[in-house]
Design a binder for this molecule. Structure first.
Ligand SMILES: [Zn+2]
Length: 75
């Protein structure tokens, strides 16, 4: 059975980009994966070492290029 471990409060984590949950660590036979606690289909890092950097990178809100909602109008 997979086990969830809470990530310490003092560690910065981006919320899940799908649902906004704070990620947890899933331990699978000595390997660690950072994942969304709500849904296994949301992004999770590859099982191995605890890799919050990878999680943060993949869940960071990006401003898409050529965003049509850009309030600054080119004149
Ligand atoms: Zn999620």
């Amino acid at each position: 059975m997979a086990q969830f471990i809470e990530i310490q409060e003092n560690i910065f984590c981006e919320p899940c980009k799908e649902c906004g949950s704070r990620p947890v660590i899933e331990q699978i036979k000595g390997a660690f994966s950072v994942r969304c606690p709500k849904d296994a289909s949301h992004y999770k890092t590859k099982a191995g070492l605890f890799n919050i950097d990878d999680w943060n990178l993949k869940n960071r809100a990006h401003v898409p290029l050529g965003n049509a909602k850009n309030p600054k109008k080119a004149s």
